[in-house]
Design a protein around this ligand. Sequence first.
Ligand code: NAD
Length: 320
Amino acid sequence: MRVLLTGSSGWLGRFLAPMLRAGGHEVTGLDVAPGTETAIVGSVADRPLVDRIFGEHGIEAVIHGGALHKPDVARYPAQAFVDVNVTGTLNLLDAARQAGNDRFVFTSTTSLMISREIREEAGEAAVFLDESVGPLAPRNIYGVTKLSAEGLCRLHHLEHGMSVLVLRTARFFPEDDDTHRDLSGENMKANEFLNRRLSVEDAAAAHVAALDRAAEIGFDILVASAPTPFRREEARELKTDAVAVIARHFPDAPALYRDRGWQLPKTIGRVYDAQRMERVLGFRCRTDFRAVLDALRDGAPLPFHYDPAYVSPKEVAASS
Ligand SMILES: NC(=O)c1ccc[n+]([C@@H]2O[C@H](COP(=O)([O-])OP(=O)(O)OC[C@H]3O[C@@H](n4cnc5c(N)ncnc54)[C@H](O)[C@@H]3O)[C@@H](O)[C@H]2O)c1
């Protein structure tokens, strides 16, 4: 298919574009920042440009990953989030519908399920988060605009019958967390594969699977994260003694971590549950916590990227 990929210069885009091409798709990359996978430098908020791209490139399907996201909250005003994440998504949905496209994949975020209460992890048990949680109360403009964009996707399916799959993706960024710095970057990312992370390669592969299956599924919202080993019955213990739960599932974890000088999380307050994606899409992330431990045991490279120097390409473009 001739696929329009937005955010093609970004972290996800640079993995997704080659994967799409390897699957036989023709990819047109659109991004505000230049990049090797980007054919058109411009904004999804520019409706005439979006219309021109559909006309000139015969676009048959969209994967919409381009966005202002969490690190941008500190850089851009709320209006810019509305322009890019809401108006930009509407522009693409409208253009796709007018072009008669039968499928659209939208990259959303698990972050929109995190209310202030969930973020503070004040409860006595870990919270398991899947597509059924609600009412949703996103805590920042990023989550609010992504949730609005999800609503537009749903509406386009309801009113026009266009197939749209929304992937509520967990974290896959390679840089350090901008709020927690108590553990080393690699240790922190390794821990997150237990409950709230996936590899960027798995994120890209989930998008390819979504593109393949969208037309037969119609509409769905799917949490995309590495499979968690935890069960809901363990929610309380995860909060009070996560190390004991982890050691039960992975008896070799404490020693492998000790040898590396890493720490297991003492408490876990939230767990993303991706079972619905696995069921509906028939796609399961390949890299999980077991894969991290296997790499530690074998002295192999870690199965995820860590790049503390990564900055979104639009920021690089803006500062040069
Ligand atoms: N990185 C994560 O951990 C994570 C987690 C959940 C969801 N997501 C979502 O995944 C998607 C990709 O994120 P990423 O991690 O690759 O970030 P990124 O910043 O590396 O890539 C996003 C790309 O979107 C582009 N972009 C920004 N505004 C645009 C506009 N107006 N028009 C066209 N392109 C524009 C940027 O230039 C950038 O290249 C985003 O939608 C993000 O919200 C990311």
